[in-house]
Design a protein around this ligand. Structure first.
Ligand code: C2E
Ligand code: MG
Ligand code: MG
Length: 777
């Protein structure tokens, strides 16, 4: 029987089989045909490779049954062999069915099948094999050296496999080789020896499965796996999969080594090893969050600190997400732990920046309020001290900003050094400091603390600075006594501080001691800016008398504020506010103008030699405009300069002696006179004051008051008068209230007297009403 013809017959059953495959089959059939029988092994090989089954049916019916039996046994596995054998019969009908099955199997084979000669030449290639090798036909490959397709290690593997098959064993290997068109493909090749009649291996059947896709997939997976591994081990992240009850890990990525300083193996051996690193304060909230995640089966996130085995402290943020199984139960908990130490450090730095006072390094207002809010929320008793430096504006202007800044820094240190370590010290801005002292703060403790602060300011700080005066006023409020929230406490401490200032500065007050008129002072403060514009200031005048005749030689202008609701307000209530706010300059200019205007009126009315004393405060003295203001008023009202006296207090002069001296010189050049007011309350060194070469010294009324009962005071007054006269300075005694005082002053040679006994400050119209009566007395 012609094998090719037989193959054509098969075509009809197989439903289209290409001629080339038939040729491939015919090769086997020709080899089998001339032998009459084929060794069983050859059949198995042929059928296992999906080749030649149908053809063999035509070749020998008896053999066909056997071949099919073997083929099916290979395909179905050894277990099915007996069944298949029983089912197969040798009658024709079955034969044709078997033919159809065999042809189907061959057609279904997806490998590249080829028959190799002992020298590796390809004797035949299956039709599909040629397609896989991108060849136009099997003929294109026939005769080519199969070994030449391989190179490198693959070539060696191919040689070895071929040699093995030729030696009689079935071999296999996996390698890549290029197709005819140069496309690299991966192959899984199985080489099966085909023995000849003599039992020797004559050819080798090579079935190569195209595994390129699988290999590429594998490669991609491997690369991805490597990438994951690299990423996991290099980023400071730990990916983990925990059991649903947090008892053991399914997986922990390599990053655990850099983050926790533990190996995945450590955690496999002892899953709780990482928990042992958590700092004790953070452990409880961490465990609570873990148990919440487990019980509520919802995601969670927590930040905590660990002390790594190498001793360094790190911040960790862990997130956890429950993963559910089909029955909606938590199957495992997956998540990420990351090292957020840098982030925390940056946050802390930002926090420091946002809540620190740049100049002193203390907390700032924001930090103080935050701290107070926390304490109020926690219901922790504490005392708040509001510390405000007295006359800081003066210090700032006279010392210069750099020195004033240094002063503030030193004050910050002094406050910090004087307080318990857990006290919070803040600078609220400018010269305002605040202190929070925790604990059940009884007033006595806080009072001692406040007083010790005040003492330190006037000793420690003064020692290191040119500033002659560093005093402060302190207001104290206590939680919860004076307020239950930070706002109420700050306000009451502020009011108390204000009361301390009003009470003479360099002192402290508790919130409840701050009298209600301090609140009134706040109102005054608010009303002040408009007072000048709406002409609410008025001048009262007090006579300065010649002690013998009691004639009015001069007049002192004393400002009053005619407040719309409060009536006449005395200067002690508003001059400090004007000074602190700087408004004193404008108001002072108005006083100068109004006083000289009045002087001009009186002089025009016949009192040509009447002098006018105008008070000038420290703040005014520091202001560049003072000299120009005086000059302008002199010109405007055309009064002789020698009739004008500028009264300055000792302290105003001492606050910046150099600046004061320069201004005094300029004033003197205008021709006005200088009086030192309230003499005896400050430095009281006439020799020192003589450097300012004043024209007049005004002895403070506290000395005058003691004249009639205190012999020492009397001799001091006499001394002052004597020494002043030696220096060419005239003396005025203030606050003369009694006849006795008047006589004592007269006897001591005092040049002028001033006081209620003679004239009380009053408006211009009434000033001279008593003059006649006085002269007569
Ligand atoms: P000062 O310059 O020492 O003024 C004298 C103060 O003593 C005045 O108080 C006056 O009313 C009061 N006084 C006069 N005689 C007696 C007396 O016999 N007994 C008693 N107990 N007091 C007497 P005032 O008017 O309340 O002024 C207080 C201070 O306010 C002044 O002290 C002065 O330093 C300041 N002042 C007043 N007017 C002005 C002003 O226009 N500008 C500036 N910068 N300060 C002013
Ligand atoms: Mg005065
Ligand atoms: Mg005075």
């Amino acid at each position: 029987m012609d094998p090719i013809q037989s193959a054509s017959d098969l075509d009809a059953h197989a439903g289209g089989w290409s001629a080339r495959n038939q040729q491939f089959l015919s090769y086997f059939l020709s080899r089998a045909g001339h032998r009459g029988t084929m060794p069983l092994a050859s059949f198995v090989i042929a059928v296992a490779a999906g080749v030649g089954v149908g053809a063999l049916v035509h070749q020998a019916v008896g053999e066909t049954a056997l071949a099919l039996r073997v083929a099916l046994s290979v395909l179905a596995g050894g277990a099915g062999l007996a069944v298949v054998c029983r089912k197969l019969d040798f009658d024709y009908a079955q034969r044709s069915a078997a033919t159809e099955l065999a042809s189907g199997l061959l057609h279904a084979n997806r490998d590249c099948l080829k028959v190799l000669a002992a020298d590796g030449k390809m004797l035949r290639v299956s039709e599909h094999g040629a397609e896989l090798m991108d060849a136009e036909s099997p003929d294109q490959l026939s005769g080519a050296d199969w070994l030449n397709f391989w190179s490198g290690d693959d070539r060696k593997a191919a040689e070895k496999a071929l040699a093995g098959a030729l030696a009689g064993t079935s071999t296999s290997f996996t390698g890549s080789c290029a197709t005819v068109k140069g496309r690299t493909k991966w192959w899984n090749s199985t080489l099966t020896p085909v023995t000849g009649d003599d039992g020797e291996v004559a050819t080798v059947l090579c079935a190569s499965e195209d595994v390129t896709q699988q290999c590429e997939l594998l490669k991609t997976l491997r690369e991805r796996d490597e990438l994951m591994h690299e990423m996991e081990s290099h980023v400071r992240l730990v990916f983990y999969s925990y059991s649903s009850n947090f008892e053991h890990f399914h997986h922990v990525s390599a990053g655990v080594e850099s983050v926790f300083g533990l190996t995945p193996q450590d955690l496999a051996n002892r899953p709780s090893a990482w928990l042992e690193l958590v700092v004790p304060e953070d452990l409880e909230p961490l465990l609570a969050e873990m148990s919440r995640i487990a019980s509520e089966a919802t995601e969670g996130r927590i930040e905590y600190r660990i002390r790594r085995p190498d001793g360094c402290l790190r911040w960790i943020r862990s997130t956890a997400y429950p993963v559910f199984d089909d029955s909606a139960k938590v199957a495992r908990i997956v998540g990420v732990s990351e090292d957020i130490t840098l982030e925390q450090e940056r946050l802390a730095a930002l926090d420091r920046l946002a809540y620190t006072d740049a100049l002193t390094g203390l907390s700032n207002r924001g930090a103080l309020i935050r701290h107070m809010k926390t304490l109020c929320r926690q219901n922790v008793a504490f005392g708040l001290m509001f510390v405000d430096l007295d006359r800081f504006k003066v210090l700032n202007d006279t010392l210069g900003h750099t020195a004033a800044d240094r002063l503030l820094q030193d004050i910050a240190k002094v406050i910090q050094g004087a307080l318990p370590p857990d006290a919070c010290v803040a600078r609220l801005g400018g010269d305002e400091f605040a202190v929070i002292v925790r604990g059940p703060s009884d007033k006595a403790t806080l009072a001692t603390l406040a007083q010790s602060l005040l003492n330190l300011f006037s000793s420690d700080v003064r020692k290191d600075h040119a500033a002659p005066f560093v005093t402060a006023s302190i207001g104290i409020s206590i939680f919860p006594e004076h307020g239950r929230d930070h706002e109420a406490l700050l306000t009451s401490a502020d009011i108390a501080m204000y009361a301390a200032k009003k009470g003479g500065r360099n002192g402290f007050r508790f919130a409840d001691e701050a009298s209600s008129d301090v609140l009134g002072d706040f109102e005054l403060e608010c009303d002040l800016p408009t007072a000048l514009a709406s002409n609410q200031f008025v001048l009262h005048f007090q006579g300065i008398h010649e002690p013998a005749s009691l004639a009015v030689k001069g007049v002192e202008a004393l400002v009053r504020w005619n407040h719309p609701t409060r009536g006449l307000v005395r200067p002690a209530s508003f001059i400090p506010i004007l000074e602190e706010s700087g408004f004193i300059v404008e108001v002072g200019a108005w006083v100068m103008d109004a006083a000289l205007a009045q002087l001009s009126i009186w002089q025009s009315a016949g009192r040509q030699e009447l002098s006018m004393s105008v008070n000038v405060s420290a703040r005014q003295l520091r202001d560049d405009s003072l000299v120009a203001i005086v000059d302008e008023a002199l010109r405007k009202h055309d009064v002789p300069p020698h009739c004008v006296q500028i009264e300055l207090t000792e302290s105003a002069l001492m606050e910046n002696a150099l600046l004061a001296q320069a201004t005094l010189m300029a004033l003197k050049r205008l021709g006005v006179r200088i009086a030192i007011d309230d003499f005896g309350t400050g430095y009281s060194s006439l020799r020192y004051l003589a450097d300012f070469s004043p024209d007049i010294v005004k002895i403070d009324r506290s000395f005058t008051a003691r004249l009639d009962r205190d012999a020492a005071a009397a001799s001091i007054v006499r001394g002052i008068i004597q020494m002043s006269h030696e220096l060419g300075i005239k003396v005025t005694a203030e606050g003369v209230e009694t006849d006795q005082q008047l006589h004592a002053l007269r006897d001591a040679g005092c040049d002028y007297v001033q006081g209620y006994f003679l004239t009380k400050p009053t408006n211009a119209d009434k000033l001279f009403h008593r003059e006649g009566a006085l002269a007569a007395s």
